[in-house]
Design a protein. Sequence first.
Length: 193
Amino acid sequence: MENPIGNLINQLSRLPGIGEKTAQRLAYYIIELDEARVKDLTDSITRAKENSGFCSICNNITDKDPCEICSNDSRNKKLICVVEQPKDVMAIERGKKYKGLYHVLHGDIISSVDGDEKIKKLIERIRDNEVEEIILTFTPNASGQASIIYLSELLKPLGIKVTKIAYGLPYGSDMDFFDKDTINIAIANRTEI
């Protein structure tokens, strides 16, 4: 016989960043919610899953194609910020200073399953548009640095400026944990590679 609470805890603990104790707290919190709130929660999860996909231009997760950022005519189309994950787009957008476009690789170059295809797509975007600068924003760790070196060597022959964000940030930490001011300073103080 299935233990519904144990199963809920098990499912929640499979989420990234959720350990056993947090999963237990969340499970008991959910169980104590009234039926309407539980239904709203489950409906939100289902709708998000069913109605989300990838932007055909930047690979960001979106509910419409192209995404709101790529279809926004007020964005600087000459500037593309290359990020590892969709959550990195959200982190940079929280700062409200960056007004360019994005390209999401869904992992660093080393760990990305289909990184080659996403890199080819980035190169096509550069060739087909008037892109003047690419900003590389990878997690400050060994694989992130390797990705920056690899991409800069690949992109520089295209005749565009390639920069990386400045890191007054702890080595090995995740972009998602930085506050908006730290991210804004890092982007403003980016360095050419």
